[in-house]
Write a protein that binds this ligand. Sequence first.
Ligand SMILES: [Fe+2]
Ligand SMILES: [Fe+2]
Length: 127
Amino acid sequence: MNLLPDNLKVGIASIDSRHTEFWDLYIALKISDNKTFLDTFETIIEHTKNHFSEEEADMRKIVYANQREHEQEHAKALEEINYFFEKAKSNKVVFARAYVNERLENWFRQHLLNMDSDLARAINMSS
Ligand SMILES: [Fe+2]
Ligand SMILES: [Fe+2]
């Protein structure tokens, strides 16, 4: 269990627990060996699909001005992660690992600090 860094918490339990789960899987993927890389990659994709649809369900419960933009970012991220998973499956593991190490964590941090924090503010304001 690798705890989500404090500066990535938004203070809403449902959101923070999804992000903790992502973080754990991300660390597992990063340190995985070549035997477990593909399975761990698949697990993080499954998690991410659910993570995004739960977040999008949260958006629909409130009046959320940035819903469309936020959903588009989710769709783009899923497309990208799937693209690199396909690369990994066709033996381009080095390429996929470079994406994991150089891009995925930054994407997560930026998305969380911009869009997910924005969603948390909107949820807090509506309650
Ligand atoms: Fe999120
Ligand atoms: Fe999000």
